[in-house]
Design a protein around this ligand. Structure first.
Ligand code: ATP
Ligand code: MG
Length: 426
């Protein structure tokens, strides 16, 4: 027998037992985004490799070692998107969206060749939100308020907001030199990754997940003490807006981003519930990226939520939304009943908008069909047998109580509409 083929490591199936949770979470996210006037943009999964090299930066983890890159049949180098920001900026530039302010979102799979572990996969999903053309801190505050509302609407309590400012590029360059001097003085304490980053991307050393680097990083010079005046003012104004809106935050001076294109505001929502993969949402300002990709300078800020981590956190805090079964399960036994069942079900769906009805397929005894009805989690079982057909009636069993009654075909739609409405208004 041939070996069975298994999924690619780090790429998960999301099974029917989980998809209702995903759908409910996605609905909440979309509803809240709509409440702020954000519009969906749908982007390709494949982009030219050059896009990510130029935007994310050659010396980042993503570009150095995490991208799924291949040559297509024409010999062009393509990459499966490791994140959405670069593609979104590309699309906005290409389609003239940057001529006016934009509030955009997208949702979908991202691909990074990382070591798979809890909360870290090779295919994972993000909700990305990007705002273009807003230079002021009010937009930074809007995005943070939006995320705070998402958590409230999802019933999530166990996340806290960390904030930092990376300042202007010039301020960061000056700081970078000071940081390099500091780490050079303690070179013997640097782990291998940090040694390498010292010459390529020293700010990333601050972001090290290695516990042995914690002490050294704690005493490193702080970027926030080296901000340019404009960035310092921007940051103060943002903090004042958050204070006024009653959003709590901690300033984390070691918060940098894994990606190079950020400047000024950066923020993360983190939790202690998910072990070391505790960042659920990460974002910040990247005013430099559009120019870096060859466009006119444009303000840009955004964030991404890791949906696997979000759902894992909802699960860990017992906040996953309740999932209900179908409304009805139609059981039909006997030749004429079975023949009538599919059409009966169609008519019922026509007559009762929104009704979720499973029509039993494959025949079998009453006992067997009832078992299926039970397992489906349906609220009602509808029963068609030979007698019901000849009398144009249907048995209705309320699964929660076991009560059963006969109803005429005519009366059933009204009965269902009423109960479903009551349900929706609850
Ligand atoms: P980390 O430091 O955890 O590697 P990152 O800086 O690489 O994160 P971003 O590129 O900012 O992450 O991505 C935004 C969010 O997407 C993260 O905060 C996280 O929730 C999620 N995320 C990133 N990489 C993965 C992954 N491999 N698997 C699952 N979720 C991920
Ligand atoms: Mg990463």
């Amino acid at each position: 027998m041939a070996d069975t083929i298994r999924s690619v490591r780090g790429m998960n199936d999301i099974l029917p037992a989980s998809t209702p949770h995903w759908q409910k979470v996605e609905q909440v996210l979309q509803r809240v985004l709509g409440a702020y006037g954000y519009q969906e943009i749908r982007l390709p999964i494949l982009e030219k490799t050059e896009l990510f090299k130029r935007s994310i930066g050659e010396v980042t983890d993503i570009v150095e070692k995490e991208m799924y890159t291949f040559e297509d049949r024409n010999g062009d180098s393509l990459t499966m998107r490791p994140e959405g920001t670069a593609g979104c900026v590309r699309a906005a530039m290409e389609n003239g969206l940057l001529n006016q302010a934009q509030r955009l979102w997208y949702m979908g799979p991202m691909f990074r060749h990382e070591r798979p572990q809890k909360g870290r996969y090779r295919q994972f999903h993000q909700l990305g939100v990007e705002a273009y053309g807003f230079a002021g801190p009010d937009m930074d505050a809007e995005l943070i308020l939006l995320t705070a509302r998402l958590w409230r609407e999802l019933g999530l309590t166990d996340v806290r907001l960390e904030l930092n400012s990376l300042g202007s590029i010039e301020a960061r360059m000056a700081y970078r030199q000071e940081l390099v001097r500091y780490y050079q003085q303690h070179q013997e304490q640097l782990d291998e990754d940090s040694q390498r980053r010292l010459t390529t991307n020293p700010l990333r050393i601050l972001d090290s997940k290695n516990p042995s680097m914690q002490e050294l990083n704690q005493h490193a010079p702080k970027l926030i003490d080296h901000l340019d005046v404009a960035s310092a003012t921007h940051f103060e104004q943002l903090c004042a807006m958050l204070d006024k809106a009653g959003v709590e935050y901690q300033i984390n001076t070691r918060l940098v981003r894994g990606l190079d294109y950020y400047g000024q505001t950066v923020f993360e929502w983190v939790t202690d519930q998910l072990g070391s993969q505790g960042t659920v949402c990460a974002g910040g300002r990247y005013d430099g990226l559009v120019a870096q990709l060859g466009g006119k300078t444009a303000s840009a800020i955004g964030f991404a939520i890791g949906l696997e981590r979000l759902i894992a956190l909802l699960e860990a805090t017992n906040a996953l939304p309740d999932i209900s079964g179908p409304d009805g399960y139609l059981v039909a036994v006997g030749e004429s009943a079975q023949a009538a069942a599919l059409v009966f079900a169609e008519q019922l769906r026509d007559a009762v908008p929104g009704l979720r009805l499973i029509s039993h397929c494959g025949g079998g005894s009453f006992k067997n069909q009832f078992k299926r009805a039970d397992r489906s989690g349906a609220r009602w079982t509808f029963i068609l047998g030979e007698d019901e057909i000849s009398q144009q009636q249907v048995g209705v069993k309320i699964m929660a109580t076991g009560e059963q009654e006969m109803m005429s075909w005519q009366a059933l739609p009204d009965f269902l509409r009423q109960l479903l409405n009551q349900n929706n208004n609850k």
